[in-house]
Structures are given as structure tokens and as C-alpha cells.
Write a protein that binds this ligand. Structure first.
Ligand code: ASP
Length: 342
């Protein structure tokens, strides 16, 4: 029988109402298993590992990502795959981070959760959980895992984790990956798009990276953004990397002070990555002069990366090396399917 480790971190899926405040808060997972009788009837052996204190995922942080990596590493040889129950708010950040922290991953790590708690009649949690377990246990005829990468499964879609974004705070259809097709679609059958799924080298050992450098900031350009604000951000103490959310295909106002401020930041070793504010499509800095200005200011293209992924990748690379040249080079090549170069 296949074996899957279910790691419960918290999130709406496992929440109940606080009788005093009426607000939702995480419950102990053992209180929830009774609400999922289906767990006993699926042909997969499921063990549960619970965070000591389940959290709302707005409290997620790099130390807890490292904790997740340690749990996966400790149980790596004993399970066919892993399902992480996680709040939806920061699920795309965690999925992106884990994809870089688990180098040479050869087993499925599927994150899921729900918009309604699992003990509610109309919950979306039951299907999300059961299908995630099925995907984590799925294998090819030759015994290789069907999906050996970090993914989010939600509302019928299996998405590459580092391509995913939360798109809806209310609807069940809460995630999508605008710049990469779904890895599988679950209707009556689960239809896997095998040609899109990563094919890792099974001879390489899993290399965990626990260190993440949180000296990163995201800032969004808008018409009228002031020089003093930009300079203040770029001079923040401990800042090592910036995700700059630009217009359209990577454009910015053609102000000499902007180019100067960016060049000065880069001279101090700060890496600046250009990510579009659009939900879909890549950055192409040579297309308009507003993008070309950023290119000449030494800004790196984020290609078609999500913001969540750019942040996680910068944190991870800076955790591996303090060399800005190394970070610059790695940002411009895909490490685990997170960007398309054309
Ligand atoms: N605030 C919750 C969380 O992210 C929302 C959810 O799980 O859907 O933990």
C-alpha cells in the first residue's frame, strides 16, 4: 500500500469558531479526523504530522518553512508523497519557497487547504484533501511518482507551486497559474498533463536548503511615486533584494533620479528584479524605452515570475550565497520550472 504523510499546519480547512469572538481559529487536527470518514476508505496509508501549534497562514514565516523542510527530509524515505494542509492566504508563498528549499526533489509535495472549514456542510476541503492524497500517491507504470514536484491542488486544478497565485478570497476557485498551464485537471477522472510535469534526476540526492534571507522588499510603481519614497525604500537597513512591480511588459517612468537611485542601490550589492504588475505575461525590458531605462540601470528581468516566487527565490539564493553576481545569474535561469525564458 502507498504511504502519504499529511502535514497539518493550520488554515481554514482545520478551523472552528471561537465561541466568544465568533472568529475562526485553528483546531487540533485530531478533532477533525471524525469529519473526514473518507480518509479510512481511500487505498492509501495516511499518517498525520501536526505542527505543535496550528497557525493561520498569515503567521507563516521562513523558520516555519525550514520546519516543513525538516519534516519532509526526516520522513523522505518512508513515504511515497507528502500533502501539506495550509491556509490559503500564504500558500503560494510557501509552495514557491519549498520548491527552492527542496533541491533535487523526486517525490510529490502537494499543498492544499480550503475556503470553508472541513466541518462545514458545504466545505470544499474534503475534495481538495482526498484528491491531493490521491495525487501524492500516484505513480507511473514503472513505479516513478507521477508528480515529483511541489504543487498546489485546489478546486480541480493541480498547479506548479512556484507558478501559483491566490486569485479569489471568497470563491472556491481560489488559485491559478496564469503563466503556466495546469499540471492536471481533476473532474470525473484526474487528467495529468505529463509533458508539463518536471522530470527530476533520480540519481541525485535531495538537498535541503534551510536558510532563507528575509532582507527583501516588494514595491509597486504607480503614477506619481516620489523620489524620496523610492530612495527611502532602497536605503532600508538590511535590505539585500528588491522586487519592483512595474507597468505592463516591465516599464517605469523615465526619470533620471529613478535610474540613479537604482544604480546606487546595485552598487551597494542590492539585487533588483523587475516583475510586471499584470497577472499574466512576461517582462520584456527592451520593448519600450521605459523598460530599457531599467535595463540600463542594471535591473534584472523577472521574466514571467509571480511576485511570490521572485521573493522566495531571492530569499533562497541569498541564503545560499552572499555574492550578488551568483544571485544575478541564478535569477536569470529556471531552477525548478519557475520561469519561462521566452
Ligand atoms: N486566513 C486563512 C489562512 O490563510 C485563510 C484560509 O485558510 O483560507 O490560514
Amino acid at each position: 500500500m502507498r504511504r502519504v504523510l499529511l502535514i497539518y499546519t493550520g488554515g481554514t480547512i482545520g478551523m472552528g469558531q471561537n465561541p466568544d469572538t465568533g472568529a475562526l481559529e485553528p483546531l487540533d487536527f485530531s478533532q477533525l479526523v471524525g469529519n473526514i470518514p473518507e480518509l479510512a476508505s481511500i487505498p492509501v496509508a495516511v499518517d498525520v504530522h501536526q505542527f505543535a501549534e496550528p497557525i493561520d497562514s498569515s503567521d507563516m514565516n521562513p523558520q516555519l518553512w525550514a520546519r516543513l523542510v525538516e519534516i519532509i527530509v526526516a520522513h523522505y524515505d518512508s513515504y511515497d508523497g507528502f500533502v501539506i494542509l495550509h491556509g490559503t492566504d500564504t500558500m503560494a508563498f510557501t509552495a514557491s519557497a519549498l520548491s527552492f528549499m527542496l533541491e533535487n526533489l523526486t517525490k510529490p509535495v502537494i499543498l492544499t487547504g480550503s475556503q470553508l472549514p472541513i466541518n462545514r456542510l458545504r466545505t470544499d476541503g474534503r475534495e481538495n484533501l482526498i484528491t491531493s492524497i490521491e495525487i501524492a500517491a500516484a505513480r507511473h507504470a514503472d513505479g516513478r511518482p507521477r508528480v515529483p514536484e511541489v504543487c498546489i491542488y485546489f478546486s480541480g486544478k493541480l498547479l506548479r507551486g512556484n507558478r501559483s497565485t491566490k486569485i479569489n478570497s471568497e470563491g472556491f476557485n481560489a488559485f491559478d497559474s496564469f503563466n503556466f498551464p495546469h499540471l492536471a485537471d481533476a473532474g470525473v477522472n484526474i487528467v495529468y498533463h505529463d509533458d508539463l510535469i518536471l522530470r527530476p534526476d533520480y540519481n541525485k540526492p535531495l538537498v535541503p536548503h534551510l536558510e532563507m534571507d528575509a532582507g527583501v522588499v516588494v514595491f509597486t510603481l504607480f503614477p506619481g511615486i516620489e523620489e524620496k519614497t523610492v530612495r527611502y525604500i532602497l536605503n532600508a537597513p538590511g535590505l539585500h533584494a528588491v522586487v519592483m512591480r512595474t507597468y505592463g511588459s516591465g516599464n517605469a517612468p523615465q526619470q533620471p533620479w529613478l535610474k540613479e537611485a537604482l544604480l546606487q542601490a546595485e552598487e551597494r550589492g542590492i539585487t533588483i528584479v523587475n516583475i510586471t504588475q499584470c497577472a499574466a505575461g512576461p517582462v520584456e525590458m527592451a520593448r519600450y524605452s521605459g523598460g530599457f531605462l531599467l535595463k540600463t540601470a542594471g535591473v534584472i528581468s523577472g521574466f514571467d515570475s509571480t511576485v511570490e516566487c521572485a521573493i522566495a527565490k531571492l530569499m533562497n539564493l541569498r541564503g545560499r550565497s552572499k555574492d550578488p553576481q551568483f544571485i544575478r545569474e541564478q535569477m536569470q535561469r529556471p531552477m525548478c520550472g519557475e520561469i519561462s525564458l521566452e
